[in-house]
Every structure is written in C-alpha cells, then in structure tokens.
Ligand binder design. Structure first.
Ligand SMILES: O=C(O)CCC(=O)C(=O)O
Ligand SMILES: [Fe+2]
Length: 228
C-alpha cells in the first residue's frame, strides 16, 4: 500500500484475535516472497485443492511440514504428486514466536493476553502458503483439522485483502471485516481460535512493489497440528 493518511491502529475483532498492522518491514517481506517462490515449485508443487464436493478452490496452496488437503493433514501430498512436503524452517518457527509476542505480550496494547501459551512453546509444525491471483477468494471456514488449540499466525504480503473474521458459532454475522495490507500480522487464538473466517476479496493493484510481489497476494498461516 502506498500512501497512508492516517496510521492504522492495532485492533482485536474478538478476544484472542489480534490485528497488528505493518508488522513486517518491506525487506523482510521480500525475503519471505523469495522463499515462497522456491516452495511453490517443489518438492511439492503449489496447487488449487479440490473440496470433497468436487469444487476446486480459487486459491493456490503449498504446504510445509504437513500437507493439507480438504479436510486432513498427511505427510505426503497425495493430491499433488505424492511427494513429501518441505520442512518448516527454523526461521519460520521463530517468526511465529515473534508473532505471538507482538500480538499478545505487548503490555498495555490492544490484544494483550498474557494467559495465551508462552511464545517460546509455540512450535508450528505446519505452514500453509496461499496465493491469491486476481479474483481468488476463500469462503468462510474454521481451521479445525488441527488437534491443538494453539493460535494460528497469519502473515499477509502483496495485495491488500478484505479478511472477514467472525464467530465460533456460525459462518454468518456477527463478523468484522479487516483490511490486511502487505506486512500485516493477524493472530487468532484463545476464545477466537475456532472462529469462522474467510477472504471475500483482494484489492488488485494495492501491493507495495517494495515487497517483491508484482501482483496477487500471499498469505502464510502457521499452525500447530498436534499430530505425530
Ligand atoms: O488468506 C488468508 O488471510 C486466510 C487463509 C486461511 O484462512 C486459511 O488458509 O485457512
Ligand atoms: Fe483459515
């Protein structure tokens, strides 16, 4: 995003859900984009997952640690060539820990929640890297294939999107629409861990060229699966 008249403030759409605008410097975003370019090619190629009803998702995804397909995790990418997905690198685990610190442990800030798990115990064993080309979107859903209630850490790079964050009961209202801009962090844990959420749309042409992505949006979610 270029040009911002007012600084964007931290917010907590619901208890345990925290939006931290402008968390990642453009140089860090560029490094992450480079890593994503490599992961998108292999060992398992990025692909659009197919839902059990036969509908193909508009978002393209590549996974680290565990391979996710609707609606399960496996070690091998059985719907994408059968290979073993790449490991979650240590620097991404550290980024996840820093994300928890930024979201929940900044004393006096919106989102402060010292009762959330200790950041040093947060060891995400899977990352889903989503790519939204122009027109891609994601329907309202819960992240519930994990057997752990550890927070989900979400990082956005590239085009701004409308992120809809709802409630744990229904995929409809009440929900809050949050603009996730390149470099923003969003974490949902505690009472919000199993809230419905989705991405109704991205806003083409809004990416900051400095982040290294010409068009589209990358989203990385880090999760603890609780699987062995
Ligand atoms: O793209 C996003 O911001 C959300 C992605 C998401 O909800 C998911 O991968 O489960
Ligand atoms: Fe999700």
């Amino acid at each position: 995003m270029t040009g911002q008249l007012f600084p964007r403030e931290r917010s907590t759409p619901s208890a345990g859900a925290v939006h931290v605008p402008g968390w990642l410097e453009p140089s860090r975003q560029r490094e992450i984009v480079e890593a994503c370019r490599a992961w998108a090619v292999g060992p398992v190629p990025m692909r659009s997952a197919v839902l059990p009803g036969g509908h193909r998702m508009s978002v393209q995804t590549v996974c680290l640690g565990w391979h996710w397909q609707p609606y399960k995790y496996t070690r091998t990418a059985d719907d994408a060539g059968g290979g073993r997905v790449a490991e979650v690198p240590g620097w991404l685990v550290e980024l996840g820990r820093d994300a928890l610190r930024a979201a929940y442990f900044s004393d006096g800030e919106a989102g402060y929640a010292p009762d959330i798990m200790a950041p040093e115990d947060y060891t995400p064993d899977t990352a889903l890297i989503n790519f939204y080309a122009h027109g891609a979107h994601m329907g309202m859903h819960q992240d519930k294939d994990e057997r752990s209630s550890a927070p989900v850490v979400s990082i956005s790079i590239g085009d701004t999107c409308i992120f809809r964050f709802g409630n744990t009961q229904t995929r409809t209202k009440p929900y809050t629409d949050v603009e996730l801009v390149s470099g923003d962090l969003f974490v949902f844990g505690g009472p919000s861990r199993f809230a419905y959420h989705g991405v109704p749309k991205t806003l083409p042409g809004t990416a900051d060229p400095e982040a290294g992505l010409d068009s589209g949006r990358i989203n990385i979610t880090l999760r603890m699966t609780g699987l062995e």
